[in-house]
Design a protein. Structure first.
Lengths: 331, 443
């Protein structure tokens, strides 16, 4: 007689799986990758390829020889970390910098905790921050390499907008004067092309990715929007208090790793809270810490640190912030 | 459009058999009539081997308050009173009858005439429903008369007929609505009279436009009954979710629907109530869908309770080649059959075939903490956490996270991108925690 399966309900499953979700995030990053290739040409292609390959390789080797577990590189999560890390580096970074980043991101930040789903901190960000403190010169060398396509950034001068403003403010120049002297700080420049890491060049490309993630229901908007709202309000208050020392809120939203971080890094499933309320608390925390670092700290940009700090609070948030319950206790 | 407040998922509809009119399934040569067709204590047989029985004759008495009598669905000779195996392979008592002809008891009104006038009063209706062995046909098979008798201190305010049929594939309620809308409406009126309420609702999902149209047409003659169209979303037909969707009240934790003033009855139950009260016909037939993409046929059958499932499979051309699982009920909450020789019950709603592709569990991977199970849970629980707590037997913590609220709808497991069988462990944990809770001395 024919053998039949017997198992408890439910007997069907939805279409979503880990692999498709990770693939969707990579697809959402493609516009940013494309813009990066347009401006930086071969360097960008090299960076992304080295990132993806080295991350997958590190995970493969650790699974095979250290953990002796199931091979998990086919779930695209290591590839995603590779793309994200590549987009977080200056476009002319040498290949070995990327490989060191991959070893730290996958080897230390992910596999040490037990692999996918177990890590406390976002692997790509740990990799980036490790490189930033270990190779501060290389990691802030924004000289744009020559592109295949002849496209170049107007202000390939070697300073990101945030760094530019930070230095000038420290030297005592009022903010309005800095903006007048630097046409590269206009909103149109900030939206389409500006100096920064490989993935931050175009705000529009990143926003496109955000829309894709929302439409495909890969992420909920809560974390990203609460970061934006917090940054807008907090930096807006500072700006209103002293427009000579502080930059305006729109500038803060469009510069640095704000979009890449708030759309793609803070929303990482593994290292963000489960409930919607928790997501909002998490987002507000990131927004506040980012502006504190930007305006009062030593670094021009702080969203990487802000996300990592808030990553550490996620277990606490998950423990104390509970989803809305359907049923109330009977009286 | 109305819907329930929290969570839910959107499985594909797959109502492939929706256009198949209800046909009578042939009477089997031997009927195996189970004594455990309802929630509660099994019925006590009152016939002996060798007795002649007619269709509709009482063959077993209810054996307690929460229990229901059982009637013969065939005419013939009692061959044995035996222990048989149910769908899951568990033993249960059954009356086995060798079928001879099709002779009905003469008290049953077998005419097609629709009887509209309700002559009985509230008490008589409830007694009649009990006598006829009517149980809830939405899945739980809870004795209907008990549900229609609110406990002291509780007062019913309205009746909701559950026509959501939110489970994919199933079309038996839909066919009843399309083919016998008046009987359902009269059945609802009877239950409203029994409950002494003046307000009734029929909650139906938007994906059944034809049934909605027909219901609206006939419901105009029943001004106390309102048809409420609901969004297509699973589990719209969950009792708690339906009450929330239709009237915006939530059943409290550990509470009953009656705490919100609601009594919910399924479409099939309304039809059974109509037949019991107006036609004097006990519950011994049911509507059952035979379906699945790989199924040889798409049918809606009226079957005699006690027909072996294997007989239905045989008549419809055997187990389809690609079928890997046979399910009684829907794909979200139904039961996989381990014993195909088990007989149909009052509450049987389908023989559903799924292919290996559709139903075989995929290898589970690490939880990625995406929170999709939390968003999908219609009870607002944290399935990922309950799964972990159950696995390490932390029952106190599981209780503190309301594991007892779980309605076992399967949304969490359906949606989990890591293919973690969340409900397996949560179901186990829930049973464990509820056992602990019951064993505590009452205050």
């Amino acid at each position: 007689m024919k053998k039949l399966l017997v198992s408890p309900s439910p007997h069907i499953h939805g279409k979503e799986n880990t692999r498709n979700l990770m693939r969707d995030v990579i697809i959402a990053l493609l516009p940013a990758v494309a813009v990066s290739i347009y401006y930086f040409g071969f360097s960008a292609i090299k960076l992304v390829l080295v990132g993806v390959i080295s991350c997958m390789l590190v995970e493969f080797l650790i699974q095979k020889f250290l953990l002796k577990g199931k091979c998990t590189i086919c779930d695209y999560s290591a590839a995603l970390t590779g793309v994200l890390l590549a987009l977080n580096l200056p476009p002319n970074s040498p290949w070995w910098l990327m490989v060191i980043g991959a070893i730290v991101a996958i080897g230390v930040a992910k596999m040490t905790f037990g692999g996918l789903g177990q890590n406390l901190f976002n692997p790509a960000l740990v990799g980036r921050v490790f490189l930033l403190v270990s190779f501060p010169v290389l990691m802030t060398d924004w000289t744009a390499p020559a592109s295949f396509f002849g496209a170049s950034l107007d202000a390939a001068s070697g300073a990101t907008p945030l760094a530019l403003v930070k230095e000038a403010v420290a030297a005592g120049t009022p903010v309005s004067e800095i903006f007048a002297q630097n046409p590269s700080l206009s909103y149109s420049q900030l939206l389409f092309a500006r100096v920064g890491s490989a993935g931050e060049v175009s705000a529009i490309a990143l926003l496109l990715g955000f829309v894709y993630l929302l439409v495909r229901r890969v992420i909920k908007p809560h974390i990203t929007l609460s970061i934006w709202a917090t940054v807008f309000v907090f930096s807006g208050i500072l700006w209103l208090c002293n427009p000579d020392q502080f930059t305006d809120p729109i500038f803060n939203l469009l510069t640095g790793g704000m979009l890449l971080g708030s759309i793609f890094m803070a929303t990482d499933y593994v290292t963000s809270p489960m409930s919607e309320k928790g997501m909002i608390i998490f987002g507000v925390g990131i927004g506040v810490i980012t502006i504190l670092i930007r305006e009062f700290g030593a670094y021009p940009e702080g969203i990487s640190f802000a996300i990592l700090i808030m990553n550490a609070t996620v277990p606490l948030i998950n423990m104390y912030v509970k989803p809305k319950r359907f049923a109330k206790e009977a009286k | 459009m109305k819907t329930f407040s929290l969570g839910g998922v959107h499985p594909a509809d797959n109502k492939i058999s929706c256009d198949a009119a209800i046909e009578n399934f042939p009477i089997p040569e031997t009927a195996y009539i189970s004594m455990s067709q309802h929630l509660g204590a099994p019925a006590e047989p009152i016939v002996a081997v060798g007795d002649k029985v007619k269709v509709g004759q009482l063959i077993a008495n209810a054996s307690g308050f929460i229990s229901a009598p059982v009637h013969s669905s065939v005419s013939g000779t009692v061959k044995a009173i035996d222990t048989i195996k149910d769908l899951a392979g568990n033993p249960c008592k059954a009356v086995v009858i060798t079928v001879e002809g099709d002779e009905w008891v003469d008290t049953i009104d077998r005419s097609d005439a629709i009887v509209k006038e309700i002559k009985l009063d509230s008490k008589e209706i409830i007694a009649k429903i009990q006598e006829c062995g009517v149980v809830g046909l939405g899945g739980a098979t809870f004795p209907t008369n008990v549900k229609l008798s609110p406990p002291p201190g509780k007062k019913a305010e309205f009746l909701i007929i559950n026509a959501a049929e939110c489970e994919p594939y199933l079309t038996s309620d839909y066919r009843v609505l399309v083919e016998m809308p008046e009987q359902v409406l009269i059945g609802a009126s009877i239950m409203m009279k029994a409950l002494n309420v003046t307000q009734g609702f029929i909650g139906i999902e938007e994906n059944k436009p034809k049934a909605i149209e027909i219901l609206n047409k006939y419901a105009s003659a029943y001004p106390q009954i309102k048809v409420v169209v609901l969004k297509k979303k699973y589990p719209q037909g969950g009792e708690k979710q339906l009450i929330d969707a239709v009237v915006g009240r939530r059943v409290p934790s550990k509470g009953l629907p009656i705490d919100t003033g609601a009594v919910v009855q399924n479409v099939g139950t309304a039809l059974a109530v109509y037949e019991a009260v107006q036609k004097n016909k006990p519950l011994f037939e049911g509507i059952l869908t035979v379906t699945g993409q790989c199924s040889n046929v798409q049918k809606n059958y009226k079957h005699r309770v006690g027909t072996p499932i294997s007989k239905i499979i045989e008549v419809t051309g055997g187990i389809p080649e690609n079928a890997a699982k046979v399910i009684s009920g829907g794909p979200m909450m139904g039961k996989a059959m381990a014993n195909l020789d088990a007989p149909t019950l009052k509450g049987s709603s389908s023989v559903l075939y799924l292919t290996e592709d559709q139903t075989k569990r995929k290898e589970e991977s690490n939880c990625i903490r995406c929170g999709k199970c939390v968003s999908a849970c219609p009870m607002g629980l944290e399935p990922y956490l309950l799964n972990k707590l159950s696995k390490v037997a932390r029952w106190d913590d599981a209780e503190a996270h309301f594991i007892y609220d779980c309605i076992e709808c399967g949304c969490c497991q359906f949606t989990c991108p890591a293919y973690i069988p969340l409900l397996d462990s949560i179901r186990f944990g829930k049973a464990k925690v509820m056992g602990i809770m019951r064993s505590r001395p009452k205050k």
